[in-house]
Design a protein around this ligand. Structure first.
Ligand SMILES: [Zn+2]
Length: 261
């Protein structure tokens, strides 16, 4: 069984045909789904999708781009819901910082405060973290090393590098998605074989980051299969072995079967 550990099924791009999307995923062996929290405006939609499907779970979090909207109360309102399996996605993203260095520093500080608060809440409620890191490996590493507890999490990172590999020692997993199939994904392709197999998870980040050969179109969980096929091509494991180990890893991290409707 394949589990899409990161798909934004609450995105408006799925409003008109969500049930078809889920059906196509199942036809491709993708049978469970985790909706990460990203946009506070759509969390209630994520909750209702999770409540109406016994194979869908959600996480609550505030993305670094929405750091201004963060409040700890928002996380605590949802974290004890019986389908809420994690805190995230949260993290640091320095990709779109303004040119003005004073403004850039202010945004970085705000992102860090918001990230630290979410790391601490995850620890308090013993939930794993779903971490988004973009062009901020060093700062992310420092904060996670300092504040995260024993529960670990997943690094949802499309630009994995050796720096981030050290996190496996601290209980972190690596979410591998469509970027692995991109023709220009040299860094991730090089790093992938170095990731311990018992730390691999599959994800799509649907509707974004659509794998080759569908780049440019809407991404959907069915395409997890293309990611697994690419993983098999780059490793010494067969597709069914990879499916199995990713499923086991997902259960270890998120304990999906311990959540009841
Ligand atoms: Zn995402």
């Amino acid at each position: 069984m394949i589990i899409d550990t990161h798909c934004h099924l609450d995105d408006s791009k799925f409003d008109s045909d969500l049930e078809d999307v889920i059906k196509r995923a199942q036809e491709n062996g993708v049978e469970k789904f985790i909706i990460p929290g990203a946009d506070p405006k759509t969390i209630d939609k994520a909750v209702s999708i999770a409540e109406s499907h016994n194979n869908i779970w959600f996480a609550v979090g505030v993305h670094p781009y929405d750091a201004q909207e963060y409040s700890p109360d928002f996380i605590e309102k949802y974290i004890t819901h019986n389908k809420c399996v994690a805190v995230g996605e949260c993290g640091l993203d320095y990709y779109r910082l303004p040119k003005d260095s004073k403004m850039a520093d202010e945004i970085k500080e705000l992102q860090k405060d918001v990230f630290i608060s979410q790391i601490k809440l995850a620890d308090k409620y013993a939930k794993p973290l779903i971490v988004h890191i973009r062009e901020a490996s060093q700062d992310s590493k420092e904060l996670l090393m300092k504040y995260s507890g024993n529960r670990g999490g997943v690094l949802h990172c499309y630009n994995a590098n050796r720096e981030l590999l050290k996190f496996s020692e601290k209980g972190f997993y690596y979410g591998i998605g469509g970027v692995l199939t991109f023709k220009n994904a040299k860094k991730l392709v090089e790093t992938f074989p170095l990731i311990p197999k018992d730390r691999l998870l599959v994800e799509t980040d649907s509707p974004y980051l659509t794998p080759h050969p569908y780049r440019g179109k809407r991404n959907e969980p069915a395409y997890c299969r293309l990611v697994i096929e690419k993983m098999a091509e780059l490793s010494d494991m067969q597709i069914d072995e990879l499916e199995k180990i990713c499923e086991e890893n997902t259960e270890k991290l998120f304990a999906l079967s311990s959540y009841r409707d």
